[in-house]
Design a protein around this ligand. Sequence first.
Ligand SMILES: C[S@@+](CC[C@H](N)C(=O)[O-])C[C@H]1O[C@@H](n2cnc3c(N)ncnc32)[C@H](O)[C@@H]1O
Length: 387
Amino acid sequence: MIELKINRERRIRNFHPWIFKDDIDNVSGDHTPGTLLEVKDIGGAFVGQAFYNPRSNIPARIISLERGKIGVDFYRKKIRVALEKRRTLVNTNAKRIINAESDGIPGFIVDSFDGILAVQIRNAGLELHREIILEALQKETNAVAAFERSDTSERNKEGLQPRVGVLWGEVPDTVRFIEDEVQFEFKPFDAQKTGFYLDQRDNRRRIASMVTASSRVLDVYSYTGGFSLYAAKNGANCLAVDKDAIALQTLERSAAQNKLEKKISVRLGDALEVLDQLVLEKKRFTHAIIDPPTLAKRKEEVIAAKRIFTIATKNVLKMLEPNGIILVSTCAFHIKVDDLLEACRMAGADAGRKLEVIDVTYQPSDHPWMLQVPESLYLKSLLLRAE
Ligand SMILES: C[S@@+](CC[C@H](N)C(=O)[O-])C[C@H]1O[C@@H](n2cnc3c(N)ncnc32)[C@H](O)[C@@H]1O
């Protein structure tokens, strides 16, 4: 049993599922990492059930605010609700179907790519429940095949080894799916994370809606070229930049598949170095995307991350035509909209360009953001016009 300090149950009862070291007064019973324990307030009243892992910097994660068995039926109900929430997502056969805390299952991520599931199990509690949660997932989705990509840094923090492999069915060598009319692919065990950044879907649609056949798009930190393929489909010529050679090879295969190979070229290398070269080459673009990796996994890293945003944006601004468009994105919880605004304001000053904020966007609806779980908002983007 986990006994909380005075008043620490309030945040938990208001649907924030994390219990920090400082919230805990006392823990009794089994201390095996991942054990399910009852949580009580200082007066002994029931608060919920939580996975306990003394090795983690979040030692307890609430799985239910009610009593009752956490078994296959419990997980089936959660998965059913999550699937129902996403039923209205249209024009794609790929979606995130379970988004961890936002769908009431801490540490469980599942993406579906035309019926092939990509699964991540990120904490010790779920690892102990892996058989029952996978049974629930298989029964609720009827997916023909599933693979695991539990090779995230979150598992190290939980004291867990990476796990990668086939979970059930015949996982194809190449997973294929379609968003709007664009065909995508990836190799499940060579790709980053669960295979594809589905969370940029709405921003890709937005950029695609802004380009014409005379547009020239610079896609920085492109991965497998989601933005480039969308923009090229609408007529634009695109240059994609990434340091991941496998991702750029995948992009080239997808470009050929979509008959867009003449519209997309790639540059392999460090983004900031490639941007310097492009400035020297006097390249010009009408649209640009800057979508780096997390950059700040801890609060202390935010200042350095903002510098990278400023340098990248400044160089992009040097190459952007009048009234050019830039999308600047961060997937780091610790980097706030205000940080992005400030980094871009400094870039505007350095490049001598006046910037209009057209929009601020957030992650799409299959990556839900729960009001009481601030940590569930991670993707923030600025859509800017440079005069
Ligand atoms: C958030 S992902 C980009 C997702 C992509 N925009 C999409 O829509 O699919 C970040 C990308 O940055 C790349 N990356 C990380 N560090 C880099 C660097 N220093 N230079 C270039 N690319 C880098 C990673 O390989 C990864 O593909």
